[in-house]
Design a protein around this ligand. Structure first.
Ligand code: IVH
Length: 713
């Protein structure tokens, strides 16, 4: 988000969070505020608040949504930013063509480059020649025009002479200012640089694409290009594209007489520039920079494919000029290829905790970008079919930074004769149960993920569940990691969570105790038993999370723990929902809990209706004590522990605000009236709930009565 060009700033009002607000109310307010500012910014080009204030709003919303994913609104501005769609891309001619760079692959090529420049400029041995060095970003180049500091148009490189008009899309890239700030902003300047996608964002995007059956991008560069070239700029807006400014085209005036000076001015104007740029005066320094950047390559968080050296003085650049389509004053020193060709020997199917079957390519080991690769992800069944990947195929494998290696494509010329299209198994490779693609409720289409239906009879799922059970955010049993679980499971010592806690007693009675086995020392066995013992008391939220129920992550487990306080209370609510079914009050009561929706309730109902699970939980509860949830923030209030139902239209608060406020004060908000209801708060046009309350003799309050009760009148 750029510096504002607004005359009226509403800085202080924008970002302050209100002391009395619940997370839900704050999320709702922030979402609305941000949507309002997005519209002013993207649609009207007339922002009212500064970048810093806008960023503060987004940071706060991000923070809240991360802490309470269940509260994220479907149309949250963190996933949807409004920007008017463009009908089609027009063309923009570049006043100064966008050229490319010559390449250096060997150290000697760099030495030759520096010598060539010196010769051309007729520099003496003692004359200094400064050369900048910076990472070569592997994204797509873009030219952004600013007139009197305002972003007026943006174009892709295209054929170098003419590119596509992507102004609307570029305006959605948060890092690119709509207005340049500070001194010496020229009347006109075309800023050039690279649009890219970070590794983490790329993985998140591909995972989401895989989940929704969308296009899987081969690498961050393709994903960035695909994201930018969207006719509907609101799609671009959802993709976290980033930008580095490193060059310029047409300019009415330049702010400095060196490459580094101009880039420093870019930074002052609010443009993102790469902080790794250095100035060198010898070839040795250039090569040292190259090696340093190469060693940092995997940890930079974005793809680079080399470094770029540029003569620093602009008058030298001018004199050096261009040869064919590349400047004589710059060169790209490329890294070794990050793609390699190898044979895909086999497709393995891994079975996860929830039964998801994930295909993994087993490769003949090959070095890609300096790392030996023998596995690559294939994402899902549809992806294999789309690329027609077959066992025995020769494939192009790609690795970029720390991104999981991927199979880019099949080398069809090398396909063995009589090869067959890969047939994705419809049974679980581990337990033989049916593996199905459930239909997705919202879309009605088959899920891209095929799942084993074996549940607890599937050893792979059981093993993964046990690993989850002992993991850091669950029972957190020290010394009981993945390998130990595999060993204890494979040797029949641990088959269920309860077995972990009976391990010591059984081991004592055993003819073959652990201490007799290779790799188990007395002290480590003792430590392990002590670590297990230390977890015989477990907080409710951790306990719920550890069960590995689908859709119950840490946050949802906390929400449930907070709402019910004890395992018993939660179990009886779920049992009532199992008995009553989807239309029952009991089901709706759970639905009324902040952060909990039908997906979670259905998962709870499925889990607790299953006899296997009931047995396992009962066995576990013989070994461990679940501590009730301790409310830390909530102070005692007149409604602590009371059950409240809101009905009808409220005028001073929205229903959601009222609900959130009541919960903050320790009340339980329910959607239906029963004998257990303490208060019914009736707004105008209250219907059957009010009648029920009267019939059951439940205290009925109007809105003012409620506010008086909680001390907010
Ligand atoms: S300077 C006259 N600096 O590499 C060309 N280019 O192979 C001036 N690139 O089209 C370009 N990082 O898309 C420059 N730090 C960097 C770069 C960079 C990536 C790209 C750019 C260019 C291509 C040339």
């Amino acid at each position: 988000m750029p510096e504002t060009k607004s005359k009226k700033k509403r800085t202080s009002k924008a970002s302050a969070s209100r002391a009395s607000e619940t997370p839900a109310a704050e999320i709702a307010r922030l979402s609305a505020e941000i949507a309002h500012h997005d519209a002013l910014y993207y649609r009207d080009d007339a922002p009212e608040i500064s970048d810093a204030d806008y960023d503060a709003l987004r940071r706060r919303l991000d923070e809240l949504e991360k802490a309470h994913p269940g509260l994220r609104q479907a149309d949250s501005p963190t996933v949807k930013v409004g920007a008017a769609p463009v009908a089609a891309f027009g063309k923009i001619r570049h006043d100064v063509p966008m050229l490319s760079l010559g390449n250096a692959f060997e150290d000697q090529d760099v030495v030759d480059f520096a010598e060539r420049v010196r010769r051309f400029l007729m520099l003496g041995e003692s004359d200094e020649l400064e050369i900048t060095s910076e990472p070569k970003i592997d994204g797509l180049s873009i030219s952004i025009r600013y007139e009197n500091g305002e972003l007026t148009q943006a174009a892709t490189r295209g054929d170098g002479a003419e590119g596509e008009n992507v102004t609307a899309n570029i305006k959605t890239v948060r890092e690119i200012p709509h207005t340049l700030k500070g001194q010496n902003v020229p009347e006109l300047i075309d800023i050039r640089g690279e649009i890219y996608l970070g590794h983490k964002d790329f993985e998140v995007l591909n995972a989401a694409q895989a989940e929704s059956g969308g296009k899987i991008f081969a690498n961050p560069r393709n994903a960035a290009a695909g994201s930018l070239r969207q006719l509907d700029a609101s799609i671009t807006a959802k993709r976290p594209l980033r930008f580095f400014a490193y060059a310029w085209g047409a300019a009415s005036k330049l702010p400095a007489d060196t490459q580094a000076g101009v880039v420093a001015a870019f930074k002052h104007w609010g443009l993102p520039v790469n902080s790794l740029m250095r100035i060198a005066t010898t070839t040795e320094e250039l090569l040292a920079f190259y090696r340093d950047i190469e060693s940092k390559r995997a940890s930079l968080g974005y793809d680079i494919d080399g470094v770029v050296y540029k003569v620093n003085r602009l008058d030298y650049q001018e004199r050096l000029g261009f040869v064919s389509r590349s400047p004589r004053w710059a060169i790209a020193h490329k890294f070794a290829a990050e793609q390699a060709t190898t044979v895909l020997e086999k497709i393995d199917i891994q079975v996860g905790r929830t039964g998801a079957l994930t295909p993994v390519a087993k490769l003949r080991p090959v070095t890609v970008g300096g790392v030996v690769v023998s596995n690559a992800t294939l994402h899902n069944e549809d992806e294999i079919a789309r690329k027609d990947i077959r066992e025995g195929d020769t494939v192009v494998v790609q690795r970029a930074g720390d991104v999981i290696p991927q199979v880019v494509e099949v080398v069809l010329d090398k396909r063995p004769e009589h090869s067959h299209a890969y047939k994705f198994s419809t049974v679980c490779p581990v337990c033989g149960s049916h593996a199905v693609r459930e239909s997705v409720e919202e879309t009605g289409k088959a899920d891209v993920v095929r799942r084993c239906t074996g549940g607890l009879i599937c050893p792979a799922q059981v093993k993964e569940r046990l690993k989850h059970f002992v993991s850091r955010n669950a029972f957190d049993i020290e010394g009981l990691g993945t390998e130990k679980i595999e060993f204890f499971f494979d040797t029949g010592r641990i088959k269920s969570p309860a077995d972990i806690f009976t391990l010591e007693a059984r081991d004592r009675a055993s003819d073959e105790p652990l201490t007799k086995l290779r790799g188990f020392k007395d002290t480590s066995v003792r430590k392990l038993f002590a670590a297990i013992d230390a977890r015989r008391e477990v907080p409710l939220d951790r306990f719920l999370f550890s069960l590995g129920i689908r859709h119950i992550g840490e946050t949802t487990a906390k929400d449930l723990a907070k709402a019910y306080g004890s395992l018993e209370a939660l179990r009886s609510a779920v049992d009532a929902a199992i008995e009553g079914g989807k239309e029952s009050d009991a089901y709706r009561d759970i639905d009324n809990i902040e952060g909990i929706g039908e997906t979670v309730i259905d998962a709870l109902v499925d889990f607790f209706s299953e006899a296997h699970n009931q047995e396992q939980v009962a066995a576990l509860l013989k070994e461990v004590t679940v501590q009730p949830y301790v409310r830390t923030q909530t102070k005692e209030s007149p409604v602590t522990g009371k059950t409240v139902v809101f009905t009808g239209t409220l005028t001073k608060l929205t229903r959601n605000e009222a609900k959130a406020q009541a919960e903050r004060l320790g009340a339980k908000v329910s959607g239906s009236v029963s004998k257990k209801t303490d208060y019914v708060v009736a707004g105008t046009e209250a219907g059957s709930k009010l009648d029920n309350a009267r019939a059951l003799g439940v205290t009925v309050l109007d809105e003012d009565g409620w506010l008086a009760l909680i001390g907010q009148a």
